[in-house]
Design a protein around this ligand. Structure first.
Ligand code: A3P
Length: 272
C-alpha cells in the first residue's frame, strides 16, 4: 500500500463528509451563528459553514441524504459534525424528518427573550428589504392592529416557542433537546459553551481564554490559535425602535406563552 497512490489525500487521512451528529434547530435570531462558531472552537467539532435548509426546503429534501451529506464538512472519525438552520424550529414537517435521518441526533435550541427576538427578526427583514430598495412598514404597524397585538404577525408567531417546541416533543424525548440561553450567551458565552460541551459528550476543550469582549463591537469575539474573529455586522446590529407602550403590550402578550414554555423545558428565564 502506498499512501501517495491514486487515493486522494482526504481519504488517506480518513476524512469524510458525515451526517450531523448534532443540529442547532433555532430559533431564528436567537444567537444560532454565535453558538455554531463557538462550538467550532472545539477540536472535535466541525461545522457546516452555511445554513443547509435540508429538512425545511422541499427542493432540498427531495435530493435526499446524499445531497445533505455533501453539504457537510470533512471530518476525522470521532469528530462531531454540526449544522445550524434556524428555520427548522418553526417548520412543522421538520421534527419527523430529522428523526427519520437519525433518531439519536442531538438537538440544540438557543432561545432569547421573545420580545427582543421579535424586534431582531423585524430588523433583519427591514434591512433585507432596504438593501433591495423595497419599502417596509414600521414595526408598530405590523405588530399592532387597532391598538392590540396582531396575532397574525409572522415574527410574533416565531416567538411563540412553546407551540414549536411542542411539535418537537411529539417526536423527540426532552433529554435530546438542549436549551441554550441566548441572552446569557451574549453576556458571557463561556458557561453556556461548557454546558453545551457536556450535553454533546465532548471533553471540555473550550476555555474562557477563547473569548474576549470587543468594546468596538459591543459583543464577545472569538480567539483561537492566535486568530481573532468577531461575527459579521449583521449580528448585533442596532434594533428598530419600538415605543415603550408597544413593548409593554408585547411583554404582556408573551406572559402566558412564556410560562407554557418554561413548564415544557423545566426551567425559567428572566424575560420581560
Ligand atoms: P441582534 O443582531 O438582534 O443583536 P442569529 O445568528 O440566530 O441570527 O442571531 C443573531 C443574534 O446573535 C444577534 O442578534 C446577537 O444579539 C446574538 N449574538 C450572540 N452572541 C453574539 C456575539 N458574540 N456577537 C454577535 N452577536 C451575538
Amino acid at each position: 500500500y502506498s499512501p501517495s497512490s491514486s487515493s486522494s489525500s482526504s481519504s488517506y487521512n480518513a476524512t469524510q463528509q458525515r451526517l450531523p451528529g448534532a443540529i442547532i434547530i433555532g430559533v431564528r435570531k436567537g444567537g444560532t451563528r454565535a453558538l455554531l462558531e463557538m462550538l467550532n472552537l472545539h477540536p472535535d467539532v466541525e461545522v457546516a459553514k452555511a445554513e443547509v435548509h435540508y429538512f425545511n426546503v422541499e427542493e432540498h429534501y427531495r435530493r435526499g441524504l446524499a445531497w445533505y451529506r455533501a453539504q457537510m464538512p470533512f471530518t476525522l472519525p470521532g469528530q462531531l459534525t454540526v449544522e445550524k438552520t434556524p428555520g427548522y424550529f418553526a417548520a412543522p414537517q421538520v421534527p419527523a424528518r430529522v428523526w427519520d435521518m437519525n433518531p439519536a441526533v442531538q438537538l440544540l435550541l438557543i432561545v432569547r427573550d421573545p420580545a427582543e427576538r421579535l424586534v431582531s427578526d423585524y430588523t433583519q427583514v427591514l434591512h433585507n428589504r432596504l438593501t433591495r430598495h423595497k419599502p417596509y412598514q414600521p414595526l408598530e404597524e405590523l405588530l399592532l392592529h387597532k391598538g392590540h397585538i396582531d396575532p397574525g404577525y409572522k415574527a410574533l408567531q416565531r416567538s411563540l416557542y412553546h407551540q414549536h417546541l411542542a411539535r418537537w416533543l411529539e417526536v423527540f424525548p426532552r433529554e435530546q433537546i438542549h436549551v441554550v440561553d441566548g441572552d446569557a450567551l451574549i453576556r458571557d458565552p463561556f458557561p453556556e459553551l461548557r454546558k453545551a460541551e457536556r450535553f454533546l459528550d465532548l471533553p471540555p476543550r473550550i476555555n474562557p481564554s477563547n473569548f474576549y469582549y470587543n468594546t468596538t463591537k459591543g459583543f464577545y469575539c472569538l480567539l483561537s490559535a492566535g486568530h481573532d474573529k468577531c461575527l459579521d455586522e449583521s449580528k448585533g446590529r442596532p434594533h428598530a425602535p419600538l415605543s415603550t407602550q408597544a413593548l409593554k403590550k408585547l411583554c404582556r402578550y408573551f406572559r402566558k406563552p412564556n410560562k407554557l414554555f418554561f413548564e415544557m423545558v423545566g426551567r425559567s428565564f428572566s424575560w420581560c
